[in-house]
Design a protein around this ligand. Sequence first.
Ligand SMILES: [Ca+2]
Ligand SMILES: [Ca+2]
Length: 508
Amino acid sequence: MTKKILCMILCCMLAFGGIALAYEGAAPVTEETKTFSILTTNSGSKYYDWDNMVWWHKVLENANIELDMELIDNSAYSDVVRPRLAAGVDLPDIVRLPGSDDDMSYANSGLFLDLAEYYDTLGYNIKNHFEMFPTLKGSLTTPDGGMYYVPTLTPAEANMRLVMVNRGFLDQLGMKPEDITTLDEFTEYARKVKEADLNGNGDAEDEVPIFIRSGMIGLFRMYFGIDAEGWYMNEGGTVICTAIDDRYKDFLTWAHDAYADGLIYNEFASANYDTQAALYSTNQTGAIIHFISNCTDYSQDINPDWRFNVDEPIMVPLAISGPNSDKVCWGRNVYSGGGFGITSFCDDPETCFAFLDYLFSEEVGVLTWYGIEGVDYNIVNGDYEFTDVYYANKDNYLTVMGYNCMALPNAYQLYGSKQCNQVRAAIDEFSKYVVNPSIGYSYKYEDENEIINAYSADLNTYFSEQQTAFIMGTRSLDEWDDYVATVKSMGVDQMIAVNQAAVDRAAQ
Ligand SMILES: [Ca+2]
Ligand SMILES: [Ca+2]
């Protein structure tokens, strides 16, 4: 058989077999330019001038794809999309879900295509992420084996959460960051911040030893050997409710004592970004618990002359151990539900999926976070060296170019924040201490959702209220047994059973 005939036979097979796409994970996605319509929002930078996002248009150019994009303001997105999905007519090719769809209402609606086969045959780049994140494929898969969405992968190691302490305060106390290695030492440092006038304004009372923003205090649970989230799976695979565990009581005891001693910010339950920024601007903050990548912003908030990539962070990230934990930094699940679905209105789902897969390539990660070689960075001795244009970030340059644009599927955790030397160094130092939530995202069956809908909201409200009350001392921890009994009466065992079943399914 001649090569020519063999070639003809192969071409016929491909044409009739419907596998006409030559995509193997690299650009161009298609030889012939294709246009897809998409309804989405930018939940990252919340900047909406898509037409001028040069880096993303380079991605499209490489892929040979054009997008007819309807980019909705993030705050209005859910209100805009839900009615259109409910109507279910004339949907664009790609729709970003308005929520996590953990009750599978959209997955079961028939509006979105089951992408499992495309994942299998065309998911060249996404499948690499399945290897990196072992829970990811299970989280994307419905109990009957369907895969309806292409995810955005949220930062894990690049956005670990940990405590940070004020370098200027340490200096005045004659201390070094490495002097603080345990929660006890951290608490002792906070006590010294309380006692002294470390910002030198003549007022020994105005420093806030441990500033905590609304919703963040639970992160301190990590030092007590339990998840910072509500449900926790122990090493034996058994699900427990964090909020009635004895280790949680230990956390509450520590937090209450620290609060009563004036170490924890008195408005920890309600403090917002504005409070945080105001305290930094007058250098009142002794410590905070938050994302590692924020150490640069915090440093600049304290000293506007602080220089990216040059100066040591003023707010110094620390990995510390706790009464019931080794050194730990809190991670997060790489996927928390939802994502981008290809609708049944799409007439070329194969190419559409290939395009979404291409977005997970290293080429796109670099383009959309680091920019264009020669303009935004150069590669020097194998390392990225960013240009003055990139670092200067004049007139919000990075955002305008497309940095942190979350309008399309994205593999943020591999690139975001790491362009800053200080953050990269901190991540390198601390990533080995990252603990991720023990329970990953999962779909639930209908009867499970009925239980969740019946109990979850009330339980979460109760947990949150009681946590604040115990810490502030408006409820005594002497009433712990009554508290646990109340939680039991509120359906917690049914909720544990639902989570246990989901965990068991994911383990299969
Ligand atoms: Ca003080
Ligand atoms: Ca002071």
